[in-house]
Design a protein around this ligand. Structure first.
Ligand code: DHB
Ligand code: FE
Length: 282
């Protein structure tokens, strides 16, 4: 067994919670009216569930214990990003005309090593998995190439683990910030990620098994694409034929985000072209 397989919900959950607290800004300026509306609706939805489903004290106490456990396992980022973030993203990007966005998930880390195209993501000497070349161009909605485009790429390894959230991986493994050329073009060598399984040994895993759900996301590449004067897009790219593309626990797959890779000549892994279109800043 490698150390990687000893990743635990407690470890990845605690890491995700710590990262969230470091990186995110909070909407502390929400009005009293807005807070009352949102909190009131959530509380009402829970009460309606209790009344309509005739929830017992045993069930209520199981719910209470589970909520406490989600916090103790540090799994609130995981829970929210799997079951809620997709709707927030839908609202946030409703007016965009460029590339489709999707959820960020809990494992983004800013300031990954900067690399110029053509680039190879930081990886171990014996990084397992099929070689994958991702190439394309960043353009605006008028079809013009975007000078100074930056592609931040991060993804799980061939076993489904993210660096900095599972033990035994180099700090920046399979994470990089790639500077595109003057034509907005980029070429990035990496390895094909494996499908990702939500940690099964914590509170979210307990819910999934108690409900008879599955814990899988299809294999995916995470990207943030930006360029001066344009709106940053956060998205993910998926692979055709993946068992969970039609059945993602995080509801984050969109048909436009499924890649069409081809086998490279000489049995040298796969390659795929995907262009990103950015909307102008408002
Ligand atoms: C989660 C993990 C991911 O890798 C992802 O892309 C989305 C959600 C999660 O564990 O919540
Ligand atoms: Fe992910």
């Amino acid at each position: 067994m490698t150390t990687e397989t000893q990743a635990t919900a407690a470890a990845s959950g605690a890491g995700a919670t710590a990262r969230f607290r470091e990186n995110k800004k909070f909407a502390a300026d929400a009005s009293q009216e807005r807070v009352a509306t949102l909190a009131g609706r959530v509380i009402k939805a829970i009460n309606e569930t209790v009344l309509e489903e005739r929830v017992s004290y045993d069930e209520y106490n199981a719910f209470k214990a589970w909520l406490i456990q989600v916090g103790e396992d540090g799994e609130w980022p995981l829970f929210l990003d799997v079951w809620v973030e997709h709707s927030v993203e839908e609202v946030a990007n409703a007016n965009r005309h460029g590339s489709k966005g999707t959820i960020e998930g809990p494992y983004y880390i800013p300031n990954a090593p900067t690399l110029r195209t053509p680039a190879t993501l930081p990886m171990r000497e014996d990084e397992p998995g099929t070689a994958l070349l991702l190439q394309g161009q960043v353009r605006n909605t008028a079809g013009e190439p975007l000078l100074g485009a930056l592609i931040e790429l991060w993804h799980a390894d061939d076993r489904g683990f993210y660096s900095q959230f599972a033990p035994g991986l180099p700090e920046w493994n399979l994470r990089g910030s790639i500077v595109a050329d003057e034509q907005g073009k980029f070429q990035i060598s990496t390895v094909q990620p494996a499908p990702y399984q939500i940690p099964t040994d914590g509170a979210c895993g307990a819910l999934i098994s108690a409900a008879g759900w599955h814990a899988w996301r299809p294999a995916h590449l995470h990207v943030k694409v930006s360029a001066p004067g344009h709106q940053l897009i956060t998205t993910q790219l998926y692979f055709p034929g993946d068992q969970h593309v039609d059945d993602d626990i995080a509801s984050a797959v969109k048909p436009e985000l499924i890649l069409v890779p081809t086998e490279r000549a000489g049995g040298n892994g796969r390659e795929v072209t995907y262009d990103f279109i950015l909307d102008p800043e408002d």
